[in-house]
Write a protein that binds this ligand. Sequence first.
Ligand code: FES
Ligand code: FES
Length: 240
Amino acid sequence: MQSREETISIRRGAEFGIDARGETREMNEKEDPKSIEPRSDTVSRRDLIKGVIVGGVAVSSASYLFRASTLLGQSALGMGERLVTIDVNGQLRRADVMRQETLAWTLRHKLGLTGTKLGCDRAECGSCTVLIDDVPHYACSVLTHTVRNRKVLTIEGLASPEGKLHPVQQGVIDEQGFQCAFCMPGFIMASVGFLKTNPNPTRSELAFGVSGNLCRCQDYDKILTALMRGAENMRRASNA
Ligand code: FES
Ligand code: FES
């Protein structure tokens, strides 16, 4: 079994195109020519970082504010946008995105899905967690153009079309979990993703499952109680 550090490391590596063996996605793509996207669509992590550095951006808790000017500045310099279609919450949504644009940015600022929160904007806090093909990902560290032909689920897409809350959302209401709740969408999405692989977790297993998420109010005990109730609600719903 992997240690918590190994799991987080692999998960974060995956966000940046690095697999469990430490190989970059570019290396793997060389092995499988069919997986190579047209060159004009690919942006390496180096390009992404370069874009941030060119904008003179220092690491900051408010880095997303600076990223706005960086992205706009790059657009003005002719980096260009292209129209992409992505499947978000079961709907095909079209947006003009820059090559270096993150999914979190597109969701919040192009598609109006502000339930996905931006905390650190650097794959540390998990507040931007969404599901991509049922697997939790940090949306701040996924480039939007890479999710074409994949299914993105955000907190807005969890409830049924009739407005019935997802069992995990209901668990939060039942237990009155969270304080300020800024971290809540990320925790819920991480939990929903984890419960798909382990629908009947122990408390410590679920804590491990959402260990990639941070709460600045440090309300972890109550959060875990709410998520455990959510898991119980899910099992009841599937047995009904
Ligand atoms: S905002 Fe994405 S991990 Fe913190
Ligand atoms: S409840 Fe405030 S950040 Fe988690």
